[in-house]
Design a protein around this ligand. Sequence first.
Ligand code: OAD
Length: 235
Amino acid sequence: MMIEISAADRVFILTGAGISAESGIPTFRGAGGIWRTYRVEEVASPHAWQRDPAMVWEFYSMRRRAAGAAKPNPGHFALAALESKLGERLFLCTQNVDNLHEQAGSRRAVHMHGELFKSRCDTCRRPPFDDSRTYEPRAEIPRCECGGQIRPHICWFGEVPYDLDRIFQALSDCTVFLAVGTSGVVEPAASFVARARGRARTYYVGPEEPANASAFTKSFLGKSGGLLPNLFDCK
Ligand code: OAD
């Protein structure tokens, strides 16, 4: 069975860490997950940044190194190909901070949890800027012109995800909703399917049912790199 997409459909796709798993980037939960090794509140929260910015930078430097070496897999390429067919009828929203959707050719992915290869000031409104530097232990935290400290452009726990207005608009416009490789436990993304349900056909792709499985019309169980390239039937 495939997901049929007609000329009248508007498609919302939400991706999570699972889509990058086959590219060698660890997921957060489950065996080998990042949150099995690190405590979220010690490396990914405003409190951690206040207390020990060097430790936060060490964590994101490690993640920059891992993601910097990764290449997109057939799942990312399949979504980029779908974007080139559907144009603005596809809204691609990712919880991932890697740039594998862009490397695969997606031009308009919305990064609701930020981007690993961008940084910003923790004090002023200077916009986020491209930054792939890594920081050595005990190095000084770089400063903005305003005197603030430069932090990763990441949505930490307790912070509000980015672009929610555009995301909620796209959710209310969509007729097909597909979540890929996300465990369905982190809000607000876990509730996106409930917003789309009713109007939209809702699908999930991943090796196991997510926590919010009951909100999906159908789950396609398997790895996204194997399933996505043959999943869409565009009329
Ligand atoms: P999780 O680590 O919670 O879930 C990853 C999901 O990917 C699981 O449901 C796996 O079954 C699935 N998966 C594993 N391998 C896969 C494969 N080859 N193909 C498809 N799916 C596969 O990751 P997320 O749900 O993305 O937030 O986590 C959500 C947020 O929690 C993250 O964005 C991050 C984290 O804390 C922040 O850092 C703000």
